[in-house]
Design a protein around this ligand. Structure first.
Ligand code: LLP
Length: 431
């Protein structure tokens, strides 16, 4: 395998490769996209997204199932459209996400509404269009939803999120299935909650759900959570409430480091289906809500090196992308690989750099201690940037949000224009 600036090609995410010493997404050289659209620039591979989805579709083939893409991972319309056209439903967490879902033409019955804090207005909006299921997270939410639905003369389809008290073994900020988290209803309260829901005239119990966290790289926590959820289904049905679908949430991790080794989606589901069958629930409709694993490794963020700033203790590489574009390192100490778009000759001398952005905070770093051979003006690609980057981007320091391009073979489509200052100040008023 050829090595470019110390990076074996095989460790690049699928559909990204060096061709003639230049980094490509599918058949498109990234340098050309940066010249055309400027930087920072997010570039996604359509084939990578569909390939990631295909692994889930293979894993669940032959079972009644619904894959609802958790659009919080990346809610750009063209990304949603790509997944919806390939058969996905959508998992939403706000009225805004509902509008995005409707804008790409997803069938409302393939929408699942998750989240601990839905407002009455959001409940109404979702009931109006006839979404498939509300994933409810507390007794108080259940009661308000019941009231709102009755006022509208409707019955809200509901599933209750169980907190299985399972350690997902991931970063504490993205771990959600432990007792100390704000999510879901404790195992011991589940049966009573379902009894109550079944007796509410404005509610129709359709399922049960759980979600134990994100960037999970082991199968064990999933199996444990499945066992707990199935225990709950047994008790709920023994109490006379029928559960039609079981929603196992999202959470499957991706390879950020080049050696993270999360299970492939089809292998994970092979293991989970075996357990489901063994426990006698093989005939149930399965729902899942994957986000990161569908889009994370399909995206890269291109950034230009502005300045080299060698120092006594640290060498800083100052680039034009920042924590407002790529918030994950600042928020979760997350690791993203950073590679040159047009690598310098193999014998070029490299230096160990902290790659940082222009934002006025020491927390504005993108990668620490990275060995790179670069000059100012060079382009770098921050890999695995398809999930929770653009969707979490902000305007901090009045930085416009980046543009986005979706590559399809040798074609490149601009799917979001760069945000201007006028876009940012549009809603503001002088005194
Ligand atoms: N379903 C529910 C109820 C969720 O809360 C989440 C993610 C998902 C599905 C999708 O999980 P995924 O398959 O993407 O792991 N910003 C963080 C991740 C936050 C995840 C929040 N919930 C990050 O950048 O790592």
């Amino acid at each position: 395998m050829t090595t470019t600036a110390g990076l074996p090609d095989s460790t690049l995410p699928p559909f990204f490769s060096y061709q003639d010493q230049a980094l490509h997404a599918e058949g498109v050289p990234l340098q050309r996209l940066a010249e055309e659209h400027g930087t920072p620039l997010f570039v996604y591979s359509r084939a990578a997204i569909l390939d990631a989805l295909a692994a889930y579709q293979r894993g669940l083939a032959g079972r009644e199932h619904l894959i609802c893409y958790a659009m919080k991972a990346n809610s750009s319309l063209a990304i949603l459209q790509t997944l919806v056209q390939a058969g996905c439903g959508l998992d939403i967490v706000s009225g805004g996400e509902l509008e995005r879902a409707l804008a790409v033409g997803v069938s409302p019955d393939k929408i699942i509404f998750s989240g601990v804090g839905k407002t009455r207005a959001e409940m109404r909006q979702a009931l109006q269009v006839g979404i498939g299921c509300f994933n409810v997270e507390s007794r108080a939410e259940l009661d308000v939803l019941d009231e709102v639905a009755r006022e509208m003369g409707l019955r809200a389809p509901v599933s209750v999120r169980v907190n299985p008290n399972v350690d997902a073994k991931t970063h504490p900020y993205i771990s959600t299935g432990l007792k100390g988290n704000k999510f879901g209803i404790a195992q011991e309260d589940v049966v009573e909650t379902y009894r109550h829901a079944a007796a509410c005239a404005g509610l129709r119990v359709v399922g049960i759900d759980c979600h134990i966290g994100s960037q999970i790289t082991q199968t064990g926590p999933y199996l444990d959570a499945m066992d707990r959820v199935l225990d709950a289904v047994e008790s709920i049905e023994a109490a006379g409430v029928k559960i039609e679908h079981i929603d196992f949430g999202g959470g499957l991790g991706i390879d950020y480091q080049g050696n993270d080794n999360p299970p492939a989606a089809d292998a994970l589901w092979q293991a989970l289906l075996q357990r489901l069958d063994a426990r006698g629930f093989g005939d149930r409709k399965i729902c899942i809500e994957p986000g990161r694993s569908l889009v994370g490794n399909a995206g890269a963020c291109l950034t230009e090196v502005l300045f080299l700033k060698p120092g006594e203790q640290k060498n800083f590489l100052i680039v034009d992308a920042a924590m407002n574009d790529l918030p994950r390192p600042a928020m979760y100490q997350a690791f993203h690989r950073i590679v040159p778009v047009q690598p310098r000759a193999a014998d070029a001398s490299s230096t160990v750099w902290d790659v940082v952005g222009p934002v006025c905070e020491s927390g504005d770093w993108i990668g620490r201690d990275r060995e790179l051979a670069v000059h100012s003006g060079d382009l770098l690609a921050v890999l695995s940037a398809g999930a929770y980057c653009m969707s979490m981007a902000s305007n901090y320091n009045t930085r416009g949000r980046a543009a986005e391009v979706l590559v399809d073979g040798t074609q490149a489509h601009l799917i979001r224009a760069r945000e201007s200052v006028a876009d940012q100040t549009r809603l503001e008023r002088l005194l």
